[in-house]
Design a protein around this ligand. Structure first.
Ligand SMILES: CC(C)(COP(=O)(O)OP(=O)(O)OC[C@H]1O[C@@H](n2cnc3c(N)ncnc32)[C@H](O)[C@@H]1OP(=O)(O)O)[C@@H](O)C(=O)NCCC(=O)NCCS
Length: 199
């Protein structure tokens, strides 16, 4: 996994067009910049496949980077990543991204989504989400729910681009569960933001 260019933390983001990798603290939103499709974003060959037991290490690494934990605890929803259905996006033999989710009644809950920094901005996160949504539709589910945090401005942009709408805001839910944490750009990570899509 890549390390932040400015400190020794694990990187979560990649600055497009440069070889700079950023942890949460050193990342900051770019206010003005061209959208990728206007810049002829290079396509990368990706294959999305369900993870098998031997590929648990990929999930473990993504979980360590994102939450330092195998258990995701959000309001009304708990996921154990080692048991949740998991898809991995492969570029050759490299794991470029991973998504874990859970079906509960008529709803698919996203448990974890992580695109490795060097592969961000190539449409891989979008493809992982769409593959999860197709699996949910195939099972007759009618709703998809994702939860992110108040600081995660890139994720809020990403989910809304894909068609999710904000459906709930839970002030202080993250602090109550995980204690005080710093998030994107050093913002306090405090509140849960839930977004939903009807299938
Ligand atoms: C959020 C994340 C999954 C996006 O993955 P990605 O592969 O880079 O996203 P894509 O290339 O598929 O982007 C899909 C759309 O979202 C938009 N988007 C993605 N990142 C964005 C950003 N930082 N700012 C604005 N829009 C963004 C893209 O422009 C694209 O829109 P378009 O199709 O109109 O061009 C990735 O940045 C990541 O893993 N972040 C760290 C972990 C994380 O925050 N996970 C979510 C936790 S809830």
């Amino acid at each position: 996994m890549e390390t932040c260019t400015y400190c020794d933390q694990l990187a979560l983001y990649h600055v497009r067009g440069t070889e700079t990798y950023l942890c949460r603290t050193h990342a900051q939103i770019e206010i003005v910049g061209p959208q990728e499709h206007q810049r002829q974003r290079p396509r990368v060959a990706i294959q999305i496949r369900p993870a098998n037991e031997n590929e648990c290490a990929v999930v473990a690494e993504a979980a360590r980077t994102a939450w330092n934990s195998f258990e995701i605890d959000c309001s009304d929803f708990e996921a154990h990543l080692e048991r949740a259905p998991t898809l991995v996006a492969w570029h050759g033999d490299q794991a470029a991204g991973v998504i874990c989710y859970q079906f509960e009644e008529r709803t698919v809950h996203l448990a974890m989504l992580n695109v490795r920094p060097r592969w961000q901005g190539h449409g891989i996160g979008g493809r992982l989400i769409r593959t999860m949504l197709d699996a949910a539709r195939a099972e007759g589910l009618t709703c998809a729910v994702v939860i992110t945090t108040n600081d995660n401005l890139p994720a809020l942009a990403f989910y809304q681009k894909l068609g999710f709408r904000i459906s709930a805001v839970r002030p202080d839910r993250v602090t109550e569960t995980h204690g005080p944490r710093k998030g994107f750009s050093g913002l306090p990570m405090r509140d849960e933001i839930e977004l939903e899509m009807k299938l």
